[in-house]
Ligand binder design. Structure first.
Ligand SMILES: [Zn+2]
Length: 609
């Protein structure tokens, strides 16, 4: 989760140290200096167990080892819950004292001449935000598995994988060394590098001077590698030209297409891991394009254009930031523009998605109370079902994506078409990422937007980013000759809302007061197991596709500690607001030019520099 800003190889002194280290192995080979090295042994994949060995180099007698409490998601998950015994030995194999300091930290004594620390950890959390070892494959976010030496987190590290089945191979963006080892400049870089071990399919291609590797672990009947690489060519080419930058030599796409629920994408500096349900991929291939564009753009926004509040990463507790509306939401905005430029999304599709994003925000009553910045701070509450209640919270992805679009339009207006969101991102790339600096959350975005438009945009940030003022959509859309038409339609109302955490059960987050679901006995917090005989999807609306007013609902659920039961009721109806973006009656030449530039993601006047 931490950025490293150089795309080249390790500094020379680290390379020299690693060549030296490569001469050593095993107990007798505790290196005299430099790095920590890890060995992960997959001896018991059927039990989801990994044996970890850490070689600590010479140093102070007392060493502390920390296992992160969070990684990948902004949720404390206490990976230490999965650690079985922890032991330590000196270089002669004599036991060393190990004292647990807190649930996630251990102290080793007598380690002045180095030490070998060993532990066993249970890893059975599938998906791009997890770590998993099974009979099928292994996938690691290494921060969920590897403790780091508290006094050596910034030193070079090596990792090797042992006892892997003969036909399995290893894919990772880490730099390979001879004899099956991989190296990283630091723990942060090590754990920013996902690892897939198994019998995956592979492809690679060049685009814009960069090398791209595609690794797919899925049923070959569920996807076409050719379709994926064709899509990737367009997305990466479009993104790199939009940013006018390629801060890497090579980049890896790691895909899983499981048949079960769950999914999502996790960004890394030199790779991304993405999971998409195989049926969703078949029915909506554009979802793979969209999540890919989002995760790829993260290599700039959040990995390199990084909020100060996320640096340095504190693996021991929550890291609060007000910037996720930008780091996540505006990443989606950029992904929209990248897809438009790549020709994989057209104007109609873009405007339809934009209209439904507006409806999503407007339909959440929480938007009048929780700002985009507060939603960012509260990201750490998203694991709780009650927090996800539409009355309680908004999504910083949803509002942030819309704020990105409105900021784009506001910058165009303020600069008379001379600048756009593209210049905002490029300015931040030049003034923060390329200089090794972090941006001061929303103020950093404001500085960039004001610099490229040469205008005061404080009102935008005060009202819509820090504040909860209603966004006057049509004022923003006027410059591109569009306006929002509000419609109302009668839709089926199941009488409740539900959603799930990334790996948890579907939980009821809201029940309509006086509605049929409430009368049937449904309560906030209930866990939904089945809706009309089918396992629910990511949110309740997915389990209710095609529902009409009056249709019967049979919901199998569990309440608190009670046993499973089934509730039945009939769907009611309600008025739903929908939006459509339509052309203004008369469109001026200026509006036409601005709209065309907007849909290209470019300023109207190309700069001469
Ligand atoms: Zn993201």
């Amino acid at each position: 989760m931490s950025p490293f800003r150089t795309s080249g190889s390790a500094p020379r002194h680290i390379r020299a140290a690693q060549i030296l280290l490569a001469l050593f192995s095993g107990m007798a080979g505790i290196p005299a200096c430099a790095s920590t090295s890890y060995t992960l042994s997959l001896a018991n994949p059927e039990k989801h167990l990994v044996q970890v060995q850490i070689l600590l180099s010479e140093g102070s007698p007392e060493r502390e080892l920390q296992l992160p409490v969070w990684n990948a998601l902004y949720q404390v998950r206490d990976f230490a819950q999965y650690v079985n015994s922890v032991g330590a030995k000196d270089r002669a194999g004599q036991p060393l004292p190990v004292r647990q300091l807190n649930p996630s930290r251990w102290q080793i004594s007598g380690a002045e001449r180095g030490a070998v620390v060993e532990y066993e950890i249970f890893v059975d959390s599938p998906g791009p935000f997890g770590a998993e070892v099974s009979m099928h494959h292994a996938f690691f976010n290494l921060a969920q598995v590897l403790m780091y030496p508290v006094d050596g987190r910034n030193e070079a590290m090596r990792v090797r994988f042992n006892l892997i089945p003969k036909e399995w191979r290893v894919a990772t963006p880490l730099n390979p060394l001879p004899e099956g080892e991989f190296e990283a400049e630091s723990y942060d870089q090590l754990v920013d590098s996902p690892v897939e071990i198994g019998t995956f399919q592979e492809a690679d291609f060049e685009e814009g001077g960069g090398h791209f590797r595609v690794v797919v672990d899925a049923d070959p009947g569920d996807y076409s590698m050719e379709t994926i690489t064709t899509m990737l060519h367009k997305i990466v080419g479009s993104a790199m030209s939009w940013m006018d930058d390629r801060p890497f030599q090579s980049y890896m796409f790691l895909y899983h297409f499981p048949h079960g629920p769950g999914g999502g994408g996790m960004e890394h500096s030199y790779s991304t891991a993405i999971a998409l349900n195989a049926d969703t991929l078949a029915g909506f291939p554009e979802m793979l394009t969209s999540v890919t564009a989002h995760e790829f753009f993260h290599l700039w926004n959040v990995k390199r254009i990084r909020p100060q509040t996320l640096e340095p990463v504190d693996y021991t507790k929550e890291n609060y930031t007000r910037a996720l509306w930008f780091s996540e939401g505006c990443t989606s905005t950029a992904a929209d523009l990248i897809q438009l430029r790549a020709g994989v999304l057209d104007e109609r599709g873009f405007e339809r998605a934009l209209s439904s994003a507006i409806a999503e925000l407007e339909q959440r009553p929480g938007h009048a109370r929780q700002s985009a910045e507060e939603s960012s701070l509260d990201a750490w509450l998203e694991g709780y079902a009650y927090y996800r209640n539409p009355d309680r919270s908004i999504s910083y992805y949803n509002k942030g994506e819309l704020l990105g679009i409105m900021l784009d339009l506001a910058v165009r207006e303020a600069s008379h078409g001379q600048a756009s969101l593209r210049e905002v991102f490029q300015w931040m790339n030049q003034n923060y990422a390329k200089k090794g600096k972090y941006f001061p959350d929303s103020n950093g975005v404001r500085d960039a937007a004001e610099a490229v438009s040469q205008a005061n945009l404080g009102w935008f940030f005060e009202k819509y980013v820090a504040g909860t003022e209603e966004i006057p959509w049509n004022i923003f859309f006027k410059g591109v000759g569009l306006h929002l038409v509000e419609g109302k339609s009668t839709v089926a109302d199941a009488g409740f809302a539900a959603s799930r955490n990334f790996d948890g059960l579907m939980r009821v987050t809201a029940v309509t007061a006086g509605g049929e679901a409430e009368k049937a006995g449904l309560q906030v917090g209930d866990s939904i197991l089945e809706i009309n005989g089918r396992a629910p999807g990511q949110d309740s609306s997915q389990g209710l596709g095609g529902l009409r007013p009056g249709d019967p609902l049979a919901v199998k659920l569990r309440s608190g500690r009670s046993t499973e039961r089934e509730l039945k009721w009939k769907a009611g109806k309600r008025e739903e607001v929908s939006y459509e973006l339509q052309d203004n009656e008369t469109i001026t030449a200026e509006q036409r030019i601005r709209r065309a530039a907007w849909l290209r993601g470019e300023a109207e006047v190309s700069k001469t520099n």
